[in-house]
Design a protein around this ligand. Structure first.
Ligand code: NAD
Ligand code: ZN
Length: 353
């Protein structure tokens, strides 16, 4: 099998306190008109992280709400606002937050240099122009958005990534201190996103030695954190390596189902993955059992019967969303996935959640 060309984030700072060295990663400002755009989860007004950013008078801060997962409309509006309020484009876009904020930052950096709506670029390699220089700083570990070549957005019809080399960060800061304020349940759900990425990657047909090396180490780190006792820096490295694994392989059935849960029921990515993974014992057996053990130890309980109140057309939209995830389903089940994961089977899985 021929592998994709691998692109990786070229520069990274790691370790407690790394945030304080952010300026070492930024491109120099040339002239008085140059400025940086900071895209920050508004939660950091209360966590204190905002105060730790070294904003200069010329720089601009846009805080964003992550009450809902990012949308194409949100990104288009932010891009339009930035262009309206500023004479020139920023020299760098710096995003500080979880997967949602990093995806908004990535997509905004892409859209500052590309015409039209971000919805046009949801797909594979559709972005013509390079993005503005962009830096990612995760404050919540698990999605791997810091390492990936996608910015996942909910558009008018679908939740789908802008999958492009231009979506990848030019630099990242992995500072484990930044996730100290994450609520315990959220920490668990987002960490499970990493755990599930790794299982889907390792069990998939698109696996290769590079992806397997990253995924197995990241999986082991998640197990250490939740089944023995590991420090926070393990989770941040696991998230990064889980992302690297997915760059070089693919997710699977759980992600395909979870996108339906997020699109129609509005469940956030981490919890949606856990709800879906919990009914996938026939595909991911001992790992589903292991996730349940981790949940028990963390005192996390999942909502049940989540599809009970759905109208038939809503359920069908979820089934269609799942089947749209061709690459993950091919990765998990092979080219003939539609014969195995029939519409009937998908309905049955949703009914069990
Ligand atoms: P998130 O960014 O949506 O944040 C979840 C919650 O945690 C929010 O309420 C946020 O305010 C809060 N939070 C974040 N950091 C905090 C901190 N330090 N202290 C206190 N609260 C904090 O959650 P997520 O799980 O990181 O990201 C989910 C999103 O990532 C989804 O939209 C999903 O589609 C996307 N995703 C992207 C990729 C990718 O490769 N681009 C991969 C997987 C998932
Ligand atoms: Zn994921």
């Amino acid at each position: 099998m021929q592998h994709r060309i691998i692109k990786q984030v070229p520069r990274m700072l790691f370790g407690a306190g790394a945030l304080g060295r952010l300026n070492e990663l930024l491109p120099a400002k040339n002239g008085a008109k140059d400025w940086y755009l900071y895209v920050v989860d508004e939660v950091h007004r209360t966590t204190g992280l905002l105060d730790r950013l070294d904003l200069k008078p010329e720089d601009k801060l846009y805080t964003i709400s992550t009450a809902k997962e990012p949308t194409t409309v949100q990104v288009d509006e932010l891009r339009d606002l930035v262009l309206k309020e500023n004479e020139n484009r920023p020299a760098a876009v710096i995003s500080l937050g979880g997967g949602s904020t990093m995806d908004v930052g990535k997509a905004t950096a892409v859209m500052l240099n590309n015409e039209g709506s971000s919805a046009q670029y949801q797909g594979w390699d559709l972005v013509p122009n390079p993005a503005v220089f962009k830096v990612g700083i995760p404050t919540l570990a698990g999605t791997g958005a810091e390492a990936s070549r996608t910015a996942v957005l909910t558009g008018p019809e679908k939740k789908f990534g802008i999958n492009s080399d231009h979506s990848m960060f030019d630099a990242i800061v992995l500072d484990p201190e930044l996730s100290g304020t994450v609520p315990a349940e959220q920490r668990f759900y987002t960490a499970m996103d990493c755990y599930i990425h790794c299982v889907e990657s390792l069990r998939g047909t698109m696996i290769n030695e590079i992806a397997a090396a990253y995924a197995s180490k990241a999986l082991e780190m998640c197990q250490t954190v939740f089944l023995s006792k590991g420090e926070e820096d393990k989770l941040m490295v696991a998230s990064y390596m889980g992302g690297l694994s997915i760059v070089n392989s693919e997710v699977g059935i759980c992600h395909a189902l979870s996108y339906g849960l997020s699109l129609i029921l509005g469940y956030r990515h981490g919890i949606a993955n856990c709800i879906a993974f919990n009914v996938l014992e026939e595909y991911y057996d001992e790992h589903v059992v292991e996730m349940r053990e981790m949940m028990k130890r963390e005192g996390v309980t999942l909502p049940t019967n989540v599809c009970a109140g759905l109208k038939p057309e809503e359920l069908e939209a979820m089934v269609d969303m799942t089947l749209r995830m061709e690459r993950p389903l091919t990765n998990a089940l092979g080219e003939n996935y539609k014969d195995i994961l029939t519409k009937e089977k998908i309905r049955e899985l949703y009914a069990n959640m």
